[in-house]
Ligand binder design. Structure first.
Ligand code: PA5
Length: 462
């Protein structure tokens, strides 16, 4: 049981544009210094896998909800870091068609992660509202998208169940223990709450009640996920810096950014792992894309993560990857073992078009496709590394989360920026609040409206 990182394909012998081992080794002291600073700072997201209070509070609430409500559907309302963890977990660990065939005795789970009126409206029409449980997740308690989702679902469920009191029971609100609008409303109205620990930002919160409650209610093996994360976390403290896989991953990517390869493609060869790439993309982009460094210098630094899924995007984007600009680094995500083994049947065994498939499995084919991409990239000197999860179970998904969080934090240290804030995201949130008439934002609304008016100078239609 392990997560392996194979960096071999990131290094060349100097004859192409890849890093050489000597260049990487020469930069290691810089990475080790960033790591020491990071480990000494003891950021809040460290150790989450070993903290049992979140699992305990989620288990109690999930058991209560299952026993008292037997919900047919769980709706998770949140956005960005308050939705992507649950989505990644569901796609990786829940039954593949869980929205029609959930785990026995468990609800189907929906994570709309949007305020698209068609999307939300159709979901409201589709769900048995008197048999729903809703988990609202907002760390800040002030995100307008989540507030609006909460209001529309509360209104609809109250109508469906016939009373405020009954409706309140159908909600669990995951938010800051002290701050924010949701905390205030929950305290006043008596909604049941779960905790987002202070100091843990949305994109680092999947191992708290943010990810744990939906996963627990959907029947996933949360305990193993936390153990997997705790294993990697312990390793960060035990291992020699030069053998720290997360540090090596971060260093290689930062060095490549400095050499004109700022686009980082995350390429799982697993349909179920495809949303891990969405989770990664937020973590990598929101943590590392910053205007200023820690000294207040304007740097406008950051990688551009790209999500791909194999083999689909092998037959879609790989042309660009192999022959287009050499500005990318590729991470292939490989499963050591799929849950199933599926053979290719042999009805046309004498046909030269198919005979080589006789007796083969889809498992072999998946790996051949993955190696095909790897070889095609390596042969033209493109940097490729592979993260291998022995299998896609809760333990390894927990390892993956913690590994990527550590790599992100280290990369932030190497770039000399704060990976834990998100002023760019907050700017968009403030603008949306202002445009929706939130009190206190009147001046900002006026500024935005005048700048939008100036934009009508060049419009086209067809
Ligand atoms: O990672 C982050 O901090 C953000 O993506 C937030 O999770 C997102 O903006 C939602 O914020 P909140 O949970 O405060 O509603």
């Amino acid at each position: 049981m392990a997560l392996h990182l194979d960096l071999t394909g990131l290094f060349g012998d100097g004859s192409d544009n890849r890093l050489t081992r000597d260049e990487f080794d020469a930069a290691l002291p810089r990475a080790i210094a960033a790591r020491e600073t990071h480990l000494a700072a003891k950021p809040e997201w460290r150790g989450l896998g070993a903290r049992d209070e979140f699992l305990a509070e989620c288990q109690v609430r999930a058991a209560q909800v299952l026993e008292e409500q037997q919900p047919e559907a769980l709706v998770v309302l949140g956005i960005g870091g308050s939705a992507l963890g649950a989505q990644a977990l569901l796609s990786a660990l829940a039954p593949l068609y869980q929205q029609s065939e959930p785990a026995p005795g468990r609800p189907r789970v929906f994570v709309p992660d949007s305020v698209d009126p068609d999307w939300i409206g159709a979901l409201l029409d589709h769900l048995p509202l008197d048999r729903c449980h809703v988990n609202v997740i907002s760390k800040s308690g002030g995100t307008i998208a989540t507030s609006a989702e909460f209001l529309v679902f509360y209104h609809a469920i109250r109508d469906a169940v016939g009373s405020e009191e009954e409706a309140r029971k159908r909600f669990t609100i995951t938010t800051d223990p002290e701050k924010g609008h949701f905390r205030k409303i929950c305290d006043e109205q008596g909604f049941t709450t779960l905790t987002v620990p202070p100091g843990v930002g949305g994109r680092f919160s999947v191992l708290t009640s943010v990810g744990i409650f939906p996963a627990e209610l959907a029947g996933m093996d949360v305990q193993s996920m936390l153990e997997g994360a705790a294993r990697v976390d312990r390793k960060l403290d035990e291992v020699e810096p030069a053998a720290d896989a997360a540090l090596a991953y971060a260093l290689a990517h930062v060095l490549y950014m400095e050499r004109g390869k700022p686009i980082h493609v995350h390429f799982p060869y697993s349909q179920r792992a495809r949303l891990l790439a969405d989770w990664y993309a937020q973590l990598w982009a929101e943590s590392l894309g910053k205007a200023e460094d820690l000294d207040g210098q304007v740097v406008h630094v950051g990688p551009t993560p790209v999500r791909a899924v194999g083999p689909t995007d092998q037959h879609s984007q790989c042309q660009l990857y192999v022959e287009g600009p050499d500005d990318k680094v590729y991470t292939l995500l490989k499963l050591g073992k799929f849950e199933r083994e599926l053979s290719v049947p042999t009805p046309f065994v004498d046909s030269p078009a198919f005979s080589h498939l006789a007796g083969k499995t889809f498992n072999e084919l998946m790996e051949a496709e993955r190696q095909g991409t790897e070889v095609a990239l390596l042969e033209v000197g493109r940097p490729v590394c592979t993260i291998e999860l022995c299998k896609l179970d809760a333990f390894h998904v927990g390892q993956y989360f913690l590994f990527m969080e550590a790599a992100t934090a280290y990369a932030g240290g190497l770039l000399h920026i704060d990976p834990f804030d998100q002023p760019g995201v907050e700017a968009g949130k403030v603008a949306a609040l202002a445009l929706m008439g939130a009190p206190g934002y009147e001046k900002r609304a006026q500024e935005i409206r005048s700048s939008l008016a100036a934009r009508t100078l060049f419009t086209l239609s067809c």
